[in-house]
Structures are given as C-alpha cells and as structure tokens.
Design a protein around this ligand. Structure first.
Ligand code: LLP
Length: 420
C-alpha cells in the first residue's frame, strides 16, 4: 500500500494500523508514509525524465533526517536555506555536489560552510550578496559556484505569504531594467566565482500551471540573451512550488508540470534543477491527535484536541485547509453540525479547522489531520511549553521513530536560569 488508506473502516499507513501507532507513540505525532514519499519522488522524476536534470528536495518542507535520507537514497539532492539545513542534508547522506543553497540572507559562516563542504551551487539574490560570496571564496582560496536567482515579476496566484514571484517581494534579482543581466556579467568575470546559471522560484502551492509558464518563459529569454552575448549559462534552476490538493481528491499534477517544462526546455542544452518540497511530502504525512473534550458553543461545537497551533501552524497562519477525519470510521454517526477543531493553546487563533461537518466525537477519539507531511513538523514550536510532536516514518513495513517526543526535562535543559 502506498500511503494512507482505509481497510474495513480503519486507517492504515503503508498497510499498518495508524491506531496502533498512536498507542505506541502517543499523540500528537506526525506519521509519514515511506511508500508515498518515494512514489511522489518517482512520479516527479518520471515526469521530467526526458530532461538533463537533478531534483533537489526542498528540505524546509520536511527536514527530518530520516525523510531526507530516504529521498537521497532514491537520488534526490537537497535545496537548503541555512547552515542548519546544510548540516542536515550532509548528515542525511546527500552528496555535497547535489546541494543548492537558496535564500536572501546567507551569513558569512554559512557561505563558508557551504564552500568548505563543496556544494553544487549557491543561488545569490542581491548584488551585496554576490560581493560577500566572492570575498568569502577569495579568503578561502576557492571558487564559488554561483547562480543568480531572478525575480521575473510573476504572480503565482497563491497565498500572499507564500508568493515570492512579484517585484514587490524581497526575493531574487529583478530581470527588469537589465539588473539581472548586469549582475550575470559581473559574476561571469569574477575570479572567485564560477557562473552556474540562473534560478527562479515564484512561490509555493501553485496549482495552475500558467504562472510557471510565464516565469519559465521569462527565465529562458534572459538565458538566451546572455548566451547570445557569449556568456555561459550552464544551468537553469526552476525552483519548487507545485501545489497539492488538500481536499485529497485530485492527485498532484506531476505529469502536467513535467510536460510543461519538457515543452519549454527540452533539447535546449541546459542542465535543469528542480526544488520541489510540498509535492513530495505533503500527502505523505498526517498529524495524529486525540480528542480531549467536547464543548458546546453557541452555534457550533468545540472539539478540543491534544494537537495545537504549535504543532501545525498552517491553518491559522495561512487560513490553510487540512482534511480531518476520525481514524476509526464511524459509519453510522450522522453529522452533529459544525465543529471547530481546536487545541489547548491559549489563543483564539489556535485551531486546526473551523466550521467543519463532523460526526459525533467522544473523548479519546483519534483524528488524522491529512496533508501534514510538508511544512508541518518543521514549523512547530514549543509555545506554551509544549514539547514537539513525535515524528514516525514507516518504510517497507518497519516503523522508525525519527524524533521521539522530548521530556520536559530535555526541553528545559537547553535553558540557563542564573537566578535560582
Ligand atoms: N525553493 C525555494 C527557493 C523555496 O523558497 C521553496 C519554498 C521551495 C523551493 C519549495 O517550494 P514547494 O515545492 O514546497 O512549494 N510554509 C509555507 C510554504 C513556504 C514555502 C517556502 N519556500 C506553507 O506551509 O505553505
């Protein structure tokens, strides 16, 4: 079985009982399906298989070491945005040359660590950053492989907080007014830099292919212009962003995306890079939570569960929808009307779902929050001094605990209190 399916009403992950995992590891816990992770990765790879390319899994989507290792074993490189993610990717066994370093604010120590490790590419996002990378490389006596992340001023049609393609955002070097072209000439002549090409990433959770086409067409035209000038543009990094259906009713459109990039870039001689995160991991994970209390409200019921906004921030941060179902299907139970599924954190914004139709729930019922494999555990905090949820990965019928829930002793051990 690939992923989360029901058998006789019970929810299974890769064929194993989700309820049994809740008994073993407690709640809240993230449960990941190894089969689904690999199936998503392979579908992405298949969709672009006619191209000269490398997939760099955006580890910010799910940076559990075990998840990165599983994908690295299938051939994935890593797209990283910090020294911390560099360390994770290396420890997880990603080959350094398959690592791409993105992000607008790289610190000197992070640039140095990346160069020391020998990573494949640094995507620079400003003139000031290019100067800094050149300086660090000079001090280290090495040559930095640098691509320019460009801003092509395309609206990805996604949530404002995860849209990066417009000129008004902090991301990329504008193609407008020849700015990107000017800086590409600059990196092509810098003795401490090897110009590796161009990169673009216009945002996340993009379900319509048209914004990709607009961005990629603009990227291609800049690349061709630079080549006509005699500059070398060996690689084009096409970023991530492919969206998923959080209602879980439509499969991710890997094939449509692959067909688009193959049409635009096939046989053009560029080495292509991809940075998918969400499309690989979102539907490969659930957040498992248990009902604590049912509380009647004025016009709805509050279902208070043991997972909260500190465990899954997406609903309150982006008004994101996550499908939520009881782990044990209660076929006979008619909807009781609208419920808000809320956590124990002391904020009105602490919810996993608002205004949902649900059957009658009772204390200790298990709920599965679907689509939680991307930007779930990685965005967790310990707000309200709540230890992070455990993270569990099932691979080939074996259950691996990737991150046990921390005890309060462990949680507090990182702090120093000089006043007692
Ligand atoms: N490459 C770069 C440079 C990125 O900034 C991102 C995501 C990706 C690749 C991966 O994009 P994906 O394929 O996952 O869409 N926390 C938000 C999503 C933030 C995405 C940030 N950048 C959420 O929960 O929706």
């Amino acid at each position: 079985m690939q992923g989360f399916e029901r058998k006789d009403g019970a929810l299974l992950v890769d064929g194993l009982s989700v309820a049994a995992l809740a008994d073993q590891f407690g709640t809240p816990s993230y449960i990941y399906s190894g089969a689904r992770l690999l199936a998503n990765y392979r579908q992405f790879a298949k969709a672009i298989s006619g191209l000269d390319c490398q997939i760099h899994f955006a580890v910010k989507a799910n940076s559990a070491l075990g998840v990165i290792s599983l994908l690295a074993g299938a051939g994935a490189g890593a797209d990283i945005v910090s020294g911390g993610e560099l360390e994770r990717a290396l420890r997880a066994g990603v080959a350094a040359e398959k690592i791409i370093f993105s992000g607008v604010g790289k610190q000197d120590a992070e640039i140095a660590a990346a160069l020391r490790a020998g990573i494949g590419q640094i995507n620079a996002e400003s003139a000031a950053e290019i100067d800094r990378i050149s300086l660090v490389a000079e001090q280290m006596g090495c040559i930095a492989p640098v691509a320019l992340r460009v801003n092509v001023n395309v609206d990805p049609g996604s949530h404002a907080k995860i849209s990066t393609g417009q000129a008004s955002t902090k991301f990329g070097i504008p193609t407008a007014d020849g700015q990107a072209a000017h800086l590409y000439r600059r990196i092509s002549t810098d003795p401490h830099i090897r110009a590796a090409g161009l990169a673009v990433h216009i945002g996340s959770q993009i379900r319509d292919l048209a914004p990709f086409e607009a961005a990629y067409t603009a990227l291609l035209s800049l690349a061709e212009q630079l080549q006509e000038e005699g500059l070398e543009v060996p690689g084009l990094d096409l970023g991530g962003g492919l969206g998923v259906d959080y209602q879980q009713s439509q499969p991710t459109d890997f094939a449509g995306y692959g067909a688009l990039v193959t049409r635009l870039f096939g046989n053009r001689g560029y080495r292509l890079g991809f940075e998918p995160g969400r499309s690989i991991t979102a539907d490969a994970g659930i957040l498992l939570t248990r009902t604590l209390y049912i509380k009647p409200g004025d016009d709805k019921q509050f279902v208070i569960v043991d997972a909260a906004m500190n465990d899954l921030l997406r609903p309150t941060l982006y008004e994101a929808f996550h499908l939520i179902e009881p782990v044990a299907e209660k076929l006979a139970s008619a909807p009781v009307g609208l419920v808000d599924i809320v956590g124990p954190v002391c904020e009105t914004g602490d919810y996993l779902a608002l205004g949902r139709e649900m059957g009658q729930l009772a204390r200790d019922d298990l709920l599965a929050v679907f689509g939680a494999g991307a930007y779930g555990a990685v965005m967790a905090s310990t707000y309200n001094t709540r230890p992070e949820a455990a993270e569990i990965l099932v691979v080939d019928g074996t259950v691996h605990c990737l991150r046990p829930r921390r005890s309060l002793d462990d949680l507090l051990a990182a702090e120093i209190n000089p006043l007692v």
